[in-house]
Design a protein around this ligand. Structure first.
Ligand SMILES: Nc1ncnc2c1ncn2[C@@H]1O[C@H](COP(=O)(O)OP(=O)(O)O)[C@@H](O)[C@H]1O
Ligand SMILES: [Mg+2]
Length: 596
């Protein structure tokens, strides 16, 4: 918690502490419920340790009085000192257990929140991901959950502790030294109000500093991401200057804030000790007139510092709770989203692979005003190979996304094996469709795991067989670790063509009835393309296949080509027929490509 002291709350992080907002924190509290026993036990230890510590000033006062020979329950300076040590020991034992118990509760409940959140995230529909940036979602599962973890492990406990200290302290003082307490209570609030006003102003300035720093950091991020561009334009000096200008602005604002902070701190120190002087002065005169003992004055001063400390702490806690409410709100928002419909159990029945689009029109939910597909009509019989051609942005990939039920089909009908996709069990439908995309992203892990992704229980023989059919075995078997070679971040980097062949092996193992190749060879050089094409030909055997290809040479042999333009099918037929059509759309595409 300490590291967050003094950092300003972002405007969007602030939440009023009203009933409705507090109930949001309550909504997250359901994750703590399973561990409520430990939580309340922790609270109990916390109460014990706070109350034990509160007896400390009282006994310390008695120690001073014992020096001037006054009598108490136990006599002698040494004995009272031992009692003080005893109090410290007991309170440290209590403190240990409350820290341990709260950690147990918060670690486990935060794990549960993260799991629930992740499960929810992966089950949300594509529409959700269209609206959110990945970075934002990651910060939900990291930063926001950590914020709540702080809240449930320390902030709530602190709140509880400060309130106990404050109330018990004031009540105790009112009881033992009423006159001096009233005097103290009269001076304290004035200080607190002044400190709060000042504090708010300083927080605003330190937020400005943070904003400037963030702006400067963007420069670093941007340039490092596109370092090639920077270097190719010889822009190193320009960027360095830009960065140092940004940093100078940070220094300027930070120094302004530091000026105010300095003034604030010296004021607080002056006022605080001024207050102490005033109280001591009044206390000393009470001691002089015999109304109070020296020991009582000492314990009074100690109590007052306890109370002062908890008032200062409460301000901090208030800000923390405001932030925590913001975090809960954002988490609940995700947890309350509706997941994709049932991916529950289903009967695996064989799928033939007939595909039909009946008068399908479609707009992406994020851009409802643009009709990406307009009355698409197509019919692909099981086992046929067809191609979708057309300029980029024509709507080819969108057709595939509808087939996969990534988005709901609202106008017209998409059918697989004569049954509308809307009626298909999501998991069953998708488990029968294989995709080889243009950019294959492999998961960090071994090549074996990547190939077996669609069939985790595949045997070694099946995996090798698939790799062989995909033309991937040649390079995999050359790695010293073979199938167990790690790929991705900390492993071997595979070339585009090699990644593609791993993806093909994965699809072969999945053995889907329907296969989709979305520009699968578009980003490969001629040599890899030949190898990948060979593997693809093997993969396409006995499957309904939709090929989306940029290079028209790869789709000459298909049964039928659909040519798309602006979301409409403008031509369809075999390559030989379409290519010779005078002024035909496809014929023009072909001409353009050969002119390249
Ligand atoms: N997730 C999306 N949200 C909104 N619009 C999209 C989305 N994906 C694609 N589009 C738009 O839909 C149109 C068709 O895209 P797409 O089907 O990917 O074209 P193609 O695959 O033929 O190049 C484009 O104008 C594109 O900008
Ligand atoms: Mg596309």
């Amino acid at each position: 918690m300490a590291k967050k002291r003094g950092t300003a709350l972002e405007e969007h992080e602030k939440r009023k502490l009203n009933k409705q907002n507090l109930s949001k924190l309550g909504g997250i509290f359901r994750f703590v419920l399973p561990y409520k026993f430990n939580f309340f036990l922790g609270m109990l230890f916390l109460a014990f340790s706070s109350l034990t510590l509160l007896t400390f000033p009282f006994v310390a006062g008695k120690l001073i009085d014992a020096a001037s020979g006054e009598e108490w329950l136990v006599t002698g300076i040494n004995n009272i000192a031992f009692i003080l040590l005893g109090i410290l020991l007991v309170q440290s034992i209590f403190s240990f257990f409350r820290v341990w118990l709260f950690a147990k509760v918060s670690e486990r409940s935060m794990r549960d929140i993260r799991i629930a959140l992740y499960r929810q995230l992966v089950q949300l529909p594509m529409t959700f991901f269209d609206k959110r940036r990945t970075g934002e979602l990651i910060s939900r599962i990291t930063a926001d959950v950590s914020m709540l973890q702080d809240t449930f492990s320390t902030t709530l406990a602190e709140l509880f502790r400060q309130i106990i200290t404050l109330l018990a302290g004031v009540v105790f003082l009112m009881f033992t030294t009423p006159k001096l307490t009233l005097f103290m209570l009269a001076t304290f609030p004035v200080l607190v109000v002044i400190a709060m006003v000042f504090g708010k102003f300083i927080r605003k300035l330190s937020k400005e500093t943070q904003d400037e720093l963030a702006a400067a950091n963007v420069i670093v991020e941007e340039t490092l991401q596109s370092i090639m561009t920077v270097k190719s334009f010889a822009g190193e000096d320009y960027e360095s200057n830009r960065y140092s200008t940004g940093l100078n602005r940070v220094v300027k604002v930070a120094l302004k804030a530091a000026g105010f902070r300095g003034a604030f701190i010296s004021f607080i120190i002056f006022a605080l000790f001024g207050g102490i002087v005033a109280v001591m002065w009044y206390g000393a005169s009470l001691v002089a007139s015999g109304e109070m003992s020296v020991g009582d004055l000492v314990s009074f001063v100690l109590y007052t510092t306890f109370i002062g400390g908890s008032i200062a702490g409460l301000g901090d806690i208030y800000g923390q709770i405001q932030k925590a409410i913001g975090s809960s709100e954002r988490l609940l928002e995700i947890l309350d989203e509706a997941p994709e419909v049932s991916t529950a159990d289903f009967q695996q029945i064989p799928v033939a692979g007939d595909i039909e689009f009946n008068n399908v029109a479609f707009s992406y939910p994020t851009r409802p005003e643009v009709e990406v597909l307009k009355s698409i009509q197509l019919k692909i019989k099981a086992g046929e190979k067809v191609a979708l051609a057309g300029h980029s942005g024509a709507g080819k990939s969108t057709i595939v996304q509808l087939l996969l039920k990534f988005y709901p089909v609202l106008k017209g009908e998409v059918k697989v094996d004569g049954k509308p996709v809307n009626d298909w069990n999501l998991k069953q439908l998708r488990s029968n469709i294989g995709i080889v995309p243009q950019e294959v992203l492999l998961f960090g892990g071994s090549i074996r795991e990547n190939i077996a992704y669609a069939k985790p229980d595949a045997t070694e023989e099946e995996i090798i067989e698939a790799a062989k059919k995909a033309n991937a075995w040649q390079f995999i078997s050359q790695f010293p670790e073979g199938l167990d070679t790690k790929v991705g971040e900390r492993g071997i980097k595979l070339s585009g063509g090699q990644r593609q062949r791993v993806a093909i092996a994965r699809a072969i193992l999945k053995d889907p009835a329907i296969l989709i190749l979305d520009e699968a060879t578009s980003s490969l050089d001629a040599e890899s393309e030949a190898l990948v094409q060979e593997a693809l030909d093997e993969l396409m055997k006995n499957r309904t296949t939709i090929i989306i290809a940029h290079r028209l040479a790869t789709i000459r042999k298909v049964d039928r080509i659909y040519v798309l333009s602006n979301g409409e099918i403008v031509e369809q037929g075999r390559h030989e027929d379409l290519a010779i059509q005078e002024d035909g759309f496809y014929a023009n595409l072909v001409k353009l490509q050969f002119a390249e």
